[in-house]
Design a protein around this ligand. Sequence first.
Ligand code: PDD
Length: 285
Amino acid sequence: MTTQTVYLNGEYIPLAEAKVSVLDRGFIFGDGVYEVIPVYNRKPFRLEQHLQRLQSNLDAIRITNPFAKQQWSEIFERVINANEPAHQSLYMQITRGVAKRDHAFPEKITPTVFVMVNPLQETDDNAFNKGISAITLDDIRWQYCNIKAIALLPNVLLKQTAIDDGAQEAILIRNGEVTEGSASNIFIVREGVIKTPPKTSFLLPGITRDLVVELAKNNGLAIEETGFTGTELQSADEIWITSSTKEVMPVLRLDDKPVGNGKPGPVTCKMFDIFQNYKNQLKQA
Ligand code: PDD
C-alpha cells in the first residue's frame, strides 16, 4: 500500500506523521467545522458550493477563513493528486486552533487546517438496487443543525443505534416532522410528487440535496420543498437519501417494513439516472 498524503497546517505529509496538539480546541471542545467533497476522476464535484457552505459555517462559528477559494482549490488539488484513487471523498476540517483550555474564544489563535482523501465507492447499479434499510429515531440534536460542526456525538449515537438494529441509517423526527438522516438528507415520493424538507436550522443544507432539487426541476419532475410528518414518511411510496458519499440511495425498508414493494420505485430510478448522467458529464469534461 502506498502512503496516504494529507495536508496539515501548511505541510503535505504522510498521514502517520500528521499530529495535532491535545490542546487543540477541536479535540477539547469539538470547536470546528468540516466539509466532505466527492472527487470524481480527480475533480472535486460542486467545489464552489462546498466552499460557499464552508464560508457560511466559518462565519456562523466566528472563525476567519484562512484561505481564499483559489488557495483552497490548490491545496485540494495537491492532496488529490498525491493519492492514488481517481474517485475520492475529500475530508477537510478547520478548528479554532490550539490554546489553554477555556470555553471563551482565545484572543490570538491560528486555526488548525486538515485535509485528507479516502477512496470513494460510487453508488453503482448494484448498490442502488440493494438500497438501504433505515429506522426512525427522535432527533436529539441541537438547534443549529445547519452548521456542519465537527461535534457529531448525537449523529454518531443515532447512526450506531440504526446499525445495532440491523439498518444503515437513522431518519430523524423532531416534533413530529422529519428533518434528515444522521448523515444524509431525505426525500420521499407520494402520489408522484417528490418532497424534501425545506432548509431550516434543523437540517444540514446538503450540497447533494440542492443538486437533486435543481436536477428534478430542470427535468420536469414534480418536487416540493415542504415539511412532512413521520406518519407521511411511513406511508410514502418511495424514499431516498442523499449525501456526498451515498449520492442518491433508495431506502427500501423503514422500521422493518418494506417501502413500496421493497424495490427502488420509478421516481427514485429516474432521479438516480438523471444524477448519474449529470455526474458522468462532469467526469468526462
Ligand atoms: N455528511 N445531513 C447530515 C447530518 C450530514 O452529515 C450530511 C453529509 C448530509 C448531506 O450533505 P451533503 O450532500 O453536502 O454531503 C446531510 C457527510 C457525507 C459526512 O459527515 O461524512
